[in-house]
Design a protein around this ligand. Structure first.
Ligand code: PYC
Length: 335
């Protein structure tokens, strides 16, 4: 079995878009396709786990959208599960579709499992994404984090559920990535154990710590973002920047239309603005830059014990594969 992908990175964070092969998509719409992929799961494991992938890799599967105004539906997945939204990945999808000659510069709508987003492809790999409505749900939420004591943060939705911590914990800089990983992972586990969830009961599966930018980085703030699967985001995280902007809007610190420059842990920057929606929610617009890095045809050899990835349940995966006819994106995107 073969799967063709195009790899890119957005501000340092990788995206792997499936362009041929994978499970037969017998349903349409990003939500239904996510359920189908989740049930079978072998493509995520094969493309994201080692030896083909690595902990920071995010995959994207394009599908036929339910909403006919969209050029495609898209489902993102990582080293442990399926994401709700993913803006660095959206930017990667846009430059990938442009690389294939399927879209040109301009605004294109994409359907995600959590709503329709609008992505504008500009020159030089620049993409501005108009995200789903975002909001701060709770502020000043104090939790007890074993080994770290009391931590206070906000809970906000930016296309994923985030817990946002300002100026607490290890200093935000690349050299501290291991301490930051331990800290944010402990926070994520404490949130789950202590029963903290998003407004809709969703798991708070992203934790963000903010500090001032390190010397040489031109931004309003620098962050470290822990994703589900214990890999940190190499980019400033687009859904995380959206959640931050929602919090800044809620506390009156950034006005509608004002630009917030969010640096990530590598010092790369996403620029964000927002439009107020009038109900405490905002529509963030996040701009970043993505670059195509490679084209690859992966081979899943039946004789290869790691064809479904190291750490995957190979026996289960092979049974699933038999149920799933492999086809070139049967219910594919319109692009
Ligand atoms: O850019 O939204 C994002 C994102 C989520 C997880 C990794 N990147």
């Amino acid at each position: 079995m073969r799967i063709k992908v195009i790899d890119s990175h957005t501000a340092g964070e990788p995206t792997r878009v499936v362009v041929e092969g994978g499970p037969k998509l017998t349903v349409k719409g990003a939500r239904a396709v996510r359920e189908l992929l989740q049930k079978e799961d072998w493509m995520r494991r094969s493309l994201i786990l080692e030896p083909r992938g690595h902990e920071a890799m995010v995959g994207a599967c394009l599908c036929e959208p339910e909403d006919e105004s969209c050029v495609a539906g898209v489902v993102f997945f990582n080293n442990t599960s399926y994401l709700n939204g993913c803006l660095h990945g959206t930017m990667g999808v846009m430059v990938t579709l442009a690389h294939l000659g399927k879209i040109g510069e301009g605004v294109h709508k994409l359907e995600t499992p959590v709503g329709v987003i609008e992505a504008e492809l500009k020159g030089n790999g620049q993409v501005t994404v108009g995200n789903v409505p975002s909001y701060r749900w709770r502020t000043g939420v104090a939790i007890d984090v074993p080994g770290h004591g009391k931590v206070v943060g906000d809970i906000a939705w930016g296309g994923n559920w985030f817990y946002l911590i300002d100026n607490l914990g290890p200093t935000v800089c690349l050299d501290n990535r291991e301490e930051l990983t331990d800290f944010t992972w402990a926070v994520m586990q404490a949130l789950e154990k202590q029963g903290y969830r998003g407004e809709d009961g969703g798991l708070i599966d992203h934790v963000e710590v903010f500090g001032p930018p390190v010397a040489g980085v031109e931004a309003d703030s620098q962050n470290f973002v822990m994703c589900p699967g214990k890999a940190y985001d190499r980019s400033p995280c687009g859904t995380g920047t959206s959640a931050k902007i929602a919090c800044l809007a809620a506390s009156g610190k950034v006005a509608e239309g004002e630009v917030w420059r969010q640096a990530g842990i590598l010092g790369t920057v996403f620029e964000g603005t927002y439009r107020a929606l009038g109900d405490g929610r905002v529509r963030p617009e996040v701009t970043g830059q993505a670059h195509v890095t490679g084209l690859c045809e992966w081979i899943l050899d039946e004789e290869d014990p790691f064809r479904f990835g190291i750490g995957a349940n190979a026996a289960g995966a092979s049974e699933e594969k038999e149920r799933s006819e492999v086809e070139t994106l049967a219910a594919g995107p319109k692009v």
